[in-house]
Design a protein around this ligand. Structure first.
Ligand code: DOR
Ligand code: ZN
Length: 346
């Protein structure tokens, strides 16, 4: 197959940042995606509906004039979040989800949740009104090995929360393990799981073998090969519970190429090409549309995009930029370490 037409994709987990980085990266997502769930972990974070309205305006101002791209806003859950504000933001159509970061789990998560008890009133309200919770599923306990933090989160936090509040819709974000795949499959339709492009392509060797490569470092960190294979099987299965959340997370190169580098992989410019490559390798191009364009809207109760895109497979490798500039600083683009032959037709 050299040509594939699908409904325009959505990205169910995206970091657009702010200021010069926002201006540099937003057009890349808008080029291939119709909508995206926008992560709220700015400094300071997007915690109230008022914050989300202001951030949405900054995003719209950074987009090309003719864009049809729609940012779907989220609120950053803190122990001080007001159920009434969350409900108002949802009813007014401002917010599409609320994001739970365990405090200390990742970039700008210091204001996140330490004690889940403290946010139960918000979660109960969300369950009542049908507002999904997006979860960064890693424990932060320093005694837990970083490669085990997702599996331990499922056991200690997610599984009990599901039993306590089964009506709450939950997105297990950027799952990186077979444990995540298996848990998602063990749950009813109120649990979905996003998978990133890069976790379908790299395992932990990419970060650590033959030299330390900071541009492959993200959180949750890539795991062993058996987990990557489980993710590929899940993403290409067509099952409704699995959908794309790229977690494209730009950081300026100096902040990644450092003695203590930031977590995040910036994949927006070549994500669709990488996914077409993966699905082709798995002999599952017929399942790509479900993963990128159908399963996510169904979970969120939205209709798929009417606009369509065409992916074209070129005989010769297609050139993608290895980086984009934000002011005078560069942001490295995800390098899948194989030539890309697919492109999205203009
Ligand atoms: O790798 C990551 N980068 N994981 C996250 O959870 C946050 C993100 C970021 O904001 O940089
Ligand atoms: Zn993220």
């Amino acid at each position: 197959m050299n040509k594939l037409e699908i409904a325009k994709p959505d990205d169910w987990h995206l970091h657009l940042r702010d200021g010069a980085v926002l201006e540099a990266v937003a057009p890349h997502s808008a080029a291939h995606f119709a909508r995206a769930i926008i992560m709220p972990n700015l400094v300071p974070p997007v915690v109230t509906t008022t914050d989300a309205i202001a951030y949405r305006e900054r995003i719209m101002a950074a987009l090309p004039g003719d864009t049809g791209f729609k940012p779907l806003m989220t609120l950053y859950l803190t122990e001080a979040t007001e159920p009434a504000d969350v409900e108002a933001g949802f009813r007014d159509g401002v917010i599409t989800a609320v994001k739970l970061y365990p405090a200390g789990a990742t970039t700008n998560s210091q204001s996140g949740v330490r004690d889940i008890e403290k946010v139960m009133p918000v979660l109960e309200r969300m369950a009542d009104i049908g507002l999904p919770l997006c979860v960064h599923g890693e424990v932060t306990d320093s005694e837990i090995d970083i490669f085990d933090r997702e599996a331990v989160f499922i056991e200690r936090v997610l599984s009990p929360l599901r039993k306590r509040l089964p009506e709450l819709k939950i997105v297990m974000e950027h799952i990186t393990t077979k444990d995540g795949v298996d848990f998602a499959r063990s749950q009813d339709e109120r649990v979905g799981a996003t998978i990133t492009t890069h976790h379908l392509i790299i395992n932990r060797n990419a970060i650590l073998a033959g030299g330390i490569r900071p541009h492959y470092y993200c959180l949750p960190v890539a795991k062993r090969e058996l987990h990557r294979l489980a993710l590929r099987e899940a993403a290409t299965s067509g099952e409704a519970r699995f959908f794309l959340g790229t977690d494209s997370a730009p950081h300026l190169d100096p902040l990644k190429e450092s003695a203590c580098g930031c977590a995040g992989v910036f994949s927006a410019p070549n994500t669709m090409a990488c996914l077409a490559h993966v699905f082709e390798e798995e002999d599952a191009l017929d399942k790509l549309e479900a993963f990128t364009s159908l399963n996510g809207p169904a979970f969120y109760g939205l209709t798929p995009n009417r606009e369509r895109i065409t992916l074209i497979r070129e005989d010769e490798p297609v050139d993608y930029p290895s980086g984009v500039m934000a002011g005078s600083d560069r942001i490295t683009v995800f390098d899948p370490m194989f030539p890309l032959h697919w492109r999205v037709a203009e």
